[in-house]
Design a binder for this molecule. Sequence first.
Ligand code: GLN
Length: 434
Amino acid sequence: MIDLPDLSKINEKYRMFSEIASEISTDAEFAFSAKDNLTAVGFQARAGSAILEGYRPLFDAACIEKMRSAGGFLIGKTNMDEFGFGSFSMNSAYGIPRNPYDTERSCGGSSGGAACAAAVIDGHVALGVSTGGSIACPASFCGVYGMAPTYGRVSRHGLIDYGNSMDKVGILSQDAKDLGKYLPIISGDDRRDPASCNHPPLQKRFRKLRSVAIVKGEASAGVDAAIRSAEEELRSMSVDVETVSMDSLRYALPAYYVLASAEGSTNIARYCGLRYGRQDGDLSLKFDDYFTKMRSEYLGEETKRRVILGTFTRMMGFRDKYYAKALGVRNAIISEYKSIFERFDAVLTPTMPFISPRFDEISGMSALETYRADVLSVPPNLSGLPHISMPCGYSEGMPVGMMLVADHWNDDILLSAAEEWQKRFDARRPEVAI
Ligand code: GLN
């Protein structure tokens, strides 16, 4: 039996859903939501984009298929930055999710609606997607646990792709135990996703976290203080903690934005107003004019920026200068992580360098400033590494998250760390008044 609040009412206030199930079946075993870039029968899949208005996929994404067969009921699709492009969920054509701790602030992005639903609805499990931090960032801003598994662990069949060499499906919840419960359900080999792999499979008995390398980065004073007290708490849990430096990390952000935009721009090419979603343009126009008009009208500003940036970095003459170089940086980052994992189980950083900003602050940020927010969440995504964001403190009344990154296929260590952490850390729930 599931017990849910009035979803339309909470959605009026928080805007976490882009679509809510027309009928709720309360005799399901559990309720879950899915980010709107995952296909589900009975719902539109619009990935936050106006160009996909009306697109009703005929099949379930692999992860949704698995959650449904485990007894889950899909209550809605969650709001997100268009195609995953953003860190504050403000680039959505379907409303901006509002942070449950302060509705004048962002939920983070791009899985902002997922984190908001996980924070507001008790016992809720939200499926999110991460390419460059889109699970960790909103989990941190909304004070919930968010897990992005090893690249390949969860099939992406049915995902509206952003950057195929990085995209992964993961889980957000108030309860750390849910991550360990549902990740095994959605994991596994799937021939429909060429990158899917489950070798070695997720351990049945999660191994304990014994050692952590802290990488210090630039963060606000409030975030720093929360991380310092988390460091002490980890020590009291008999975890060996040492500070290390990772020089390659400062190149992660430019490398990520080159690679992610290159991949993103090729994926967006299929949305030309003919095959999916909107097809209501003037069909007497020549093809080029038709799709230029449709794309100009229905793609958002940030998506256009990524298409231009990504196309540029893939162009003859620039490819070696940007794209190939970014691939080299990615290898250097992976090697540096690997050398740390020879001595430590996990790397710890703040998830985000600051607490969730207010919408008026975000509106005043340049595109580059918004990209900089991802400085800590991008490196594990570039490297295909499993990572988890856990609430670890509060600053100005807003949640602060810390991020643990483990070696490939060591997802279980993160899951057990989160369960242990939850026993120690008393998370404050937001006051939800509707
Ligand atoms: N902020 C990152 C970006 O805009 C995160 C994307 C993601 O993980 N979907 O690319």
